[in-house]
Write a protein that binds this ligand. Structure first.
Ligand code: DGJ
Length: 733
């Protein structure tokens, strides 16, 4: 009913515009931008424009007439879904081995429809078909107007009589026209996530990819920024932020063609993943998600945050729990008494929850180190004679909630599960096993394994309905990618990488159907797995095991372009010996937690932490749901500065850090301009998180206009003795 109403409203409001759109033009628009497709005289569909939208769609036809993207030697460069085996010689989006062994595919326009999902969201579907083989591809573009986001995927349908093999099946294939292209992308590894790289793209292909299977993003995430003409800055320049929503192998190609235009092809990595599709079956690719701004990276990132909180991250507009985790506090060395002793610390500190980490399970091969026990999810009787239920009760008595760590996709060879179900383990039966952190992934392509993994969580919740939180870890990559299940089912081994991820999503869907809202942290030995498909099921993710605050300033800065603060778990730990104030201030720029022994804090440290938590509770609404502004970039300056503002623009917080310990800190003498305030409002600025026994150098009595703060700014007075300064900004009414 609602849908029909929207359709009617849509036609009333958009008919005049659509009526002016020439038949050969398909504009996919958001509030500010347009991706414009053109159907040429041969019925091929190509991209003719990507950028700021214009008001008269009819004029796109003028553009179409003036462009020539056909190269008789190489096919159509600007194809919206480049087929292969015919006249196109550039990187393809689709490669098919047809039932008769033929390898050629051609795609021609058949039809398109526009579905108005609600006042903000529109889905355009374009149907393409091979005139010779009955293969059909539907390209779907879901545009979120206000957030300027496009989510794009493809559905390939085999309408031939027999099975075909998809050798490549991209999610998106775009085309950009600019003078130059600058790619900002990432590499990393354990404790070194999100190390940025900048590359000016040259002729040929630059590829971002992963072949790691589970924990796919360990060395490289499917996340990037692409600036056009020149490097975009925070507030200036044309920039696209893109990411693939898929928790497995990916491949993103940037191909600069012979016209110096840029072809982008993003999707599942075809490496070892040829997929056979029986007659009448469909294959839907994951989504490629992107936003574009002509006002720099800050605006593009704000688009991503607004979209993610509203449409993607589980409970993105809701609340989160502050917590005390015991991983670094105890590692595997704990028992019931030690844990219940820590609950008091959680209460003293003032956090909402205690999170029990790794080491609580397995009996035949107790989990006393990372070399045994994974797979045997029964409480270890020696450590926890009274079970999890007792811990939940004791935590409740101590006044905190209780959460628990699991790593249900994995198994140690030293485990009962491995002894019982070797056929559930991903391994090459005829080769020696290779381990990553002494463990192997279970074969989630197998429905029995899916049941088992679902059961791990379901049992925990059934026995302990008060469980308030799950930390879901995944520490190994996939070596020796071989599935006994696919072998028995006579399905190709090359389905494994895809079916693993699909199996994971099936489990997560079942968990969410039964436990829709329990907060879950996505962890992969750090941030090795975060993406926007997984975040449909998780409320937050573990940024990195590296909690050195100096490293975190840089890491969180880069993550923050793509993921809002509410999703980023930042814990205060003893990883570094930097003072607790600096560690706390940095952790506050996200979802704050602790991983320390509270009783080891001295009096001042405890008082500081208790006050900091009170400040956090007062500010978390702004940090989680407000607009984020990156004010001073630590990669380019001696300091970092980040600000969050609420919607009413009457409450804000500014975090400032010294990131350089040289004597010559002249750049700190100047002011930092704030952003996102109301020029006409009056504000007072107060320093918070002041360490006991120290005094602020900020005069709290001065009343500033928003205009002053955004035009001239304020100096947070960072120095070698004030390395971290948090300022709260309140409207004076
Ligand atoms: C890796 C995670 O990143 C850590 O936080 C911790 O949970 C360990 N695994 C436990 O084995």
């Amino acid at each position: 009913m609602k849908k029909t109403l929207y359709l009617i409203l849509f036609w009333i409001s958009f008919y005049p515009l659509l009526a002016q759109t020439p038949q050969s033009i398909i504009p996919i628009e958001t509030n500010d931008n347009a991706l414009v497709l053109h159907i040429d005289k041969d019925n091929r569909v190509g991209v003719i424009y990507f950028g700021k939208k214009i008001s008269q769609n009819a004029e796109y036809e003028t553009l179409a007439k003036s462009l020539k993207y056909k190269d008789d030697n190489a096919g159509i460069y600007n194809s919206i879904y480049t087929p292969s085996g015919t006249w196109s010689l550039v990187e393809s989006a689709l490669e098919i081995l047809h039932a008769d062994g033929n390898t050629s595919t051609e795609l021609k326009f058949v039809s398109h429809n526009i579905e108005k999902i609600d006042a903000n969201v529109t889905q355009t579907n374009i149907v393409l078909r091979d005139p010779v083989y009955e293969t059909q591809v539907t390209l779907s573009f879901k545009s979120y107007s206000k957030e300027n986001i496009i989510e794009q995927w493809s559905t390939i349908k085999n309408q031939e009589k027999n099975t075909i093999t998809l050798k490549k099946y991209a999610s998106a294939n775009l085309y950009f026209i600019a003078k130059d292209y600058y790619l900002h992308h990432y590499h990393g590894s354990w404790a070194r996530e999100m190390k940025p790289e900048d590359t000016k793209l040259t002729a040929g292909i630059k590829t971002l990819d992963s072949k790691l299977g589970t924990r796919a993003n360990l060395y490289q995430p499917p996340t990037f920024m692409l600036s056009f003409d020149r490097q975009a800055t925070e507030d200036e320049g044309k920039v696209l932020l893109g990411t693939l929503a898929w928790s497995g192998n990916f491949k993103i190609d940037f191909e600069k063609d012979s016209y110096r235009n840029l072809r982008l092809i993003a999707g599942i990595n075809p490496h070892a993943s040829a997929y056979s599709l029986a007659a009448n079956q469909e294959f839907q690719t994951p989504s490629f998600i992107y936003t574009y701004s002509e006002n720099g990276k800050g605006e593009a990132s704000k688009n991503m945050h607004n979209w993610a909180r509203k449409y993607r991250i589980l409970d993105g507009q809701g609340s989160r729990l502050t917590l005390l985790n015991n991983w670094e506090a105890t590692y595997f060395d704990f028992d019931e008494n030690k844990l219940t002793g820590l609950f008091k610390g959680a209460k003293d500190l003032g956090v909402d929850m205690f999170l029990l980490d790794d080491g609580w399970f397995a009996n035949k091969y107790p989990r006393n180190g990372d070399n045994a026990g994974l797979g045997d999810w029964q409480e270890n009787k020696k450590k926890l004679p009274n079970g999890i239920g007792y811990l939940v009760k004791e935590a409740t008595k101590a006044g905190v909630k209780f959460g628990i760590w699991v790593e249900p996709e994995m198994v140690n060879p030293k485990s009962e599960l491995y002894e019982k179900h070797l056929d559930w383990v991903i391994r090459e039966p005829n080769r020696p096993e290779t381990y990553f952190r002494n463990q192997l992934p279970l074969d989630l392509s197998n429905p029995d394994v899916q049941d088992y993994v679902f059961g791990v969580l379901d049992n925990l919740f059934t026995k302990n309905p008060e469980l308030a939180f799950i930390k879901w870890d995944c520490n190994a990559v996939t070596y020796n990618a071989h599935s006994m299940y696919l072998e028995k089912a006579k399905l190709p081994q090359s389905h494994l990488y895809v079916e693993y991820v699909r199996g994971l999503y099936k489990v997560l869907q079942r968990i969410r159907a039964k436990y829709p809202k329990v907060p879950m942290m996505l962890c992969s030995g750090g941030g090795g797995r975060v993406d926007y498909e997984a975040l449909k099921y998780f409320t937050e993710f573990w940024v990195s095991d590296n909690t050195d605050p100096m490293e975190r300033i840089f890491m969180q800065w880069e993550y923050s372009y793509y993921y809002p603060a509410i999703a980023q778990c930042n814990h205060i730990t003893d990883w570094s010996n930097v003072g607790i104030k600096f560690r706390t201030d940095v952790a506050m720029m996200g979802k704050m937690g602790y991983d320390i022994v509270v009783s080891k804090l001295d009096e001042k440290e405890l008082v500081f932490s208790q006050n900091a938590l009170k400040n956090y509770n007062n500010l978390k609404e702004i940090i989680w749901h407000g607009d984020m502004y990156r004010l001073v970039n630590p990669f380019e300056n001696q300091m970092a500065s980040v600000q969050y503002v609420n919607e009413q623009k009457d409450h804000a917080v500014m975090f400032n850090y010294l990131v350089d310990n040289r004597y010559d800190l002249t750049s700190l003498l100047s002011t930092t301009k704030l952003k996102g305030l109301d020029a006409k409002k009056k504000y007072k600025i107060k320093e918070i998180n002041i360490y006991p026994g120290t005094k602020s150098t900020i005069n709290e009595e001065i009343i500033y206009s928003g205009d002053y703060l955004m035009t001239i700014g304020i100096n947070p007075n960072l120095s070698n003795r004030r390395t971290s300064v948090v300022l709260e900004i309140n409207e004076v009414k």
